[in-house]
Design a protein around this ligand. Structure first.
Ligand SMILES: C[S@@+](CC[C@H](N)C(=O)[O-])C[C@H]1O[C@@H](n2cnc3c(N)ncnc32)[C@H](O)[C@@H]1O
Length: 244
């Protein structure tokens, strides 16, 4: 099951305020690719914000958002002009239907076990039409993003109902060469007590990622280190992959 942050309707309703569009440089990067692909699958689509925007910008083809978390999908489903599917790449079992598959917001990192990564990549390969592309990012472990996941870096937001809310992250198990476990704690005016969601994310380096992609039949067509399209360097924040 996905984290409480994604399953819980109350927390999922805060997600778009916590990650506002003005700070979604990843969407600016992916949207041109989305707009030029006739059929797009957004895996771990969350609240559906990127596909909503693609439709608003005039995408006339197939836009499909896939997510296993009911809380997030309930947010996405506020709009019916995009197709929403509850599940993951394996359960959905798409065959040769999409020209582009994207995973944004570091959704790829929720795949923790080797077997989960292998199964998801194999299913992504099957879901693509010939010539299709898979675009996603994973945080570069060498940039050690988790070091700023402390109570000294709160994220403040205004909830959709107008209440003030705050999210803090705290690492509960530091990077062990493979994963980081941490909590998100949410507090909001009018809530009787803070709500805590627990997460574990996998951090792959380029060599490990490349091996998983190759084994699933993908070729790395392009690599970037950040949303401005800069070249991947040793301590770039992101490993952004376009595979075909
Ligand atoms: C950090 S959110 C990103 C949401 C959205 N892509 C964005 O950019 O805002 C991660 C999403 O991955 C979803 N998720 C969890 N497990 C998953 C899985 N096995 N396959 C696909 N998505 C999954 C969660 O439910 C959540 O909506």
């Amino acid at each position: 099951l996905a984290d409480r942050l994604f399953e819980d309707a109350q927390l999922a309703a805060l997600y778009d305020s916590m990650c506002p569009r003005a700070e979604r440089w990843d969407f600016d990067f992916y949207l041109p690719m989305v707009m030029s692909a006739p059929a797009v699958l957004d895996v771990g689509c969350g609240t559906g914000m990127m596909l909503h925007e693609a439709r608003d910008a005039g995408h006339a083809g197939r836009l499909c958002g896939l997510d296993p978390a009911a809380g997030m999908l309930a947010q996405a489903r506020r709009r019916a002009d995009v197709e929403w599917v509850e599940g993951d790449l394996v359960s959905a079992g798409f065959e040769a239907q999409f020209d582009l598959i994207v995973m944004t917001g570091h959704a790829f990192q929720v795949l923790v076990e080797d077997a989960e990564i292998e199964a998801a990549l194999a299913a992504a390969r099957r879901a693509l039409r010939p010539g299709g592309r898979f675009a996603f990012e994973t945080r570069n472990p060498a940039a050690r993003a988790w070091e700023s996941w402390t109570i000294r870096h709160p994220v403040r937001m205004t909830a959709p109902d107008g209440h003030q809310a705050m999210m803090t992250r705290q690492v509960t198990a530091p990077f062990d060469g493979r994963t980081v476990a941490f909590t998100h704690t949410f507090e909001a005016d009018g809530w009787p007590e803070p709500v805590v969601s627990r997460s574990t994310l996998r951090f792959l380096d380029l060599a490990e990622l490349d091996a998983f992609l190759g084994a699933a039949g993908f070729r790395v067509a392009a690599l970037y280190g950040d949303w401005d399209g800069s070249t991947l360097a040793e301590t770039s924040p992101e490993i952004i992959v376009i595979a075909d």
